[in-house]
Design a protein. Structure first.
Length: 94
């Protein structure tokens, strides 16, 4: 699996046979410190759990989107409950 983070333009991934591209969520950005790490944590956690590239991209983007709304390296990292609420607000069913 190859994943490319594109900052404010979202992220893309390929498993060698399929290509997926997702836009970033529209949020108020206060700081991008830790955004890439937050994306990676969300993507990898979801990937290890589901092996679903599309879901993992959405999770990574959501975690990163929540992170950039706060200042500092650790502030803004969501709990599972906060992540689920954010995904629901973005139109995600699960």
């Amino acid at each position: 699996v190859l994943v490319v983070c594109k900052g404010s333009e979202g992220a893309s991934a390929s498993d060698g046979s399929s290509f997926f591209d997702f836009p970033a969520c529209e949020v108020g950005v206060r700081s991008t410190t830790g955004a890439g790490d937050a994306f990676s944590a969300g993507f990898i956690s979801s990937w290890l759990d589901t092996k679903d590239i599309q879901k993992s991209l959405r999770i990574g983007i959501a975690v990163s989107s929540l992170k950039v709304q706060e200042v500092g390296a650790q502030r803004g990292l969501p709990t599972v409950k906060e992540l689920k609420q954010f995904l629901k607000s973005q139109g995600e069913k699960k």
